[in-house]
Design a protein around this ligand. Structure first.
Ligand SMILES: Nc1ncnc2c1ncn2[C@@H]1O[C@H](COP(=O)(O)OP(=O)(O)OP(=O)(O)O)[C@@H](O)[C@H]1O
Ligand SMILES: [Mg+2]
Length: 376
């Protein structure tokens, strides 16, 4: 702690001299002043990590000085000196922002010990401050990532364009159906019209999913009872095309009478999307991704299995950590699974992973069944 600048404020010249001398001997760099006004002036000019302040000062009292320093130079840690060790005044000084107090007459080693303690505490405070700032940064980063994967382009596109596309589609569909009715006796035309009809319906489904996706992620959807299978199916629609292109098959198994889960649809959809994207990244052409949904006791259990690369044993414990990624070269941020983990905790669920290198990976999620369903 040697070399630290200490401001000493005391109206008694004898105490000032004693402190200046002994603290300088210990290696502190001291500045001594006799009243509060001077103290504030000096503090304004230079950075002091610690100030030793006598409580009974002429003019501006010690207590006022403490209050003022706390406001104008909060980075300076204050230690109070008092000749009247009434608990009240000491407590008041601590309340005003002082760190500790020393009772006069004091032994110089007490002063040094208190100063050392104050400096150590200050260092700690600075470190905590830096850590807090870092946590805030990470939170922002997480938010950006969530918006990037969920709200971002897909959301904007869905909100604007999808709506416009859906209306003409409905017109086409109704005309096609009309034509089918009118020309029931022309089989060749019927085949063509049926093909048109099924494809228009397919486009319509994709548009619906996009619209829902945008709605969930605009925060419009809050917590409600959710059909997890329906949500999974919609997410599949969103990435089906990409999987087709990569030659990966995707199947979904779910019972018709699946109980509801109380949750936030947008967030649960993000869970599915991130898991499916991870599975896709790990799987090559000819591979399979399966989603299996079932009820086990009081939970809806969702499994996302892939026949991809698998995850090595030594890597497995790290995959839920924020920023852990083996795909940084391809632009992976390593946030996907940590976001999933957070969402599942919020839903009072749990997530487990099983994996074998060269065979594949299965993520298993347990969502508690909505209490309302439980009662009924
Ligand atoms: N299904 C999977 N098969 C193999 N490895 C996986 C699978 N899912 C996750 N991993 C491993 O876990 C790591 C962390 O996954 P996470 O989703 O958190 O980040 P990422 O996919 O690398 O990046 P981002 O999600 O930001 O695109 C991945 O880099 C990968 O090594
Ligand atoms: Mg990922």
């Amino acid at each position: 702690m040697a070399g630290e600048r200490v401001l000493i404020v005391d109206d008694d010249p004898f105490t000032l001299e004693l402190l200046t001398e002994s603290l300088s001997e210990q290696g502190f760099r001291t500045v001594a002043v006799q009243d509060g006004e001077r103290a504030l002036e000096v503090l304004r000019q230079g950075n002091f990590r610690v100030a030793l302040i006598d409580l009974s000062l002429p003019g501006m009292g010690g207590m006022d000085l403490v209050r003022e320093v706390n406001l104008t130079a909060p980075e300076t840690t204050m230690v109070i000196m008092t000749g009247y060790p009434t608990q009240e005044s000491a407590i008041q000084a601590l309340r005003q922002g002082a760190y500790d107090y020393i009772v006069k007459p004091f032994k110089i080693h007490e002063v040094t010990a208190t100063l050392e303690k104050a400096l150590a505490q200050q260092t700690l405070k600075a470190e905590v401050g830096a850590l807090r700032a870092r946590v805030r940064e990470l939170e922002l980063e997480l938010k950006r990532h969530q918006e990037g994967t969920a709200g971002g382009i897909a959301g904007q596109l869905a909100g604007g364009v999808a709506h416009e596309v859906n209306n003409p589609l409905q017109i086409i569909l109704s005309r096609v159906q009309l034509l089918m009715m009118r020309h029931r006796d022309v089989p060749r035309l019927q085949d063509d019209l049926r093909l048109i009809e099924s494809n228009v319906k397919r486009i319509s489904r994709i548009i619906r999913s996009l619209l829902d996706f945008a709605r969930y992620n605009s925060g419009e959807m809050e917590w409600s009872d959710i059909d997890v299978a329906h949500l999974a199916r919609q997410t599949c629609t969103l990435i089906q095309h990409q999987l087709d292109k990569s030659g990966i098959s995707l199947t979904l198994e779910a019972p018709a009478d699946l109980p509801k889960v109380y949750g936030n649809a947008g967030e649960i959809e993000q869970v599915f999307l991130n898991l499916l994207l991870n599975a896709q990244h790990a799987t090559t052409s000819g591979g399979r991704i399966e989603i299996r949904i079932r009820t086990v006791e009081k939970s809806v259990v969702v499994q996302v299995c892939d026949t991809g690369t698998g995850i090595p044993k030594e890597v497995l414990p790290k995959i839920f950590e924020p920023f852990f990624t083996t795909r940084s070269a391809e632009g992976g941020t390593g946030l996907g699974l940590s976001i999933i983990y957070g969402i599942i905790q919020k839903h009072r669920g749990k997530i487990e992973v099983e994996s074998q290198v060269g065979v594949g990976t299965t993520f298993t999620i347990h969502f508690p069944i909505s209490e309302r369903e439980d009662e009924g």
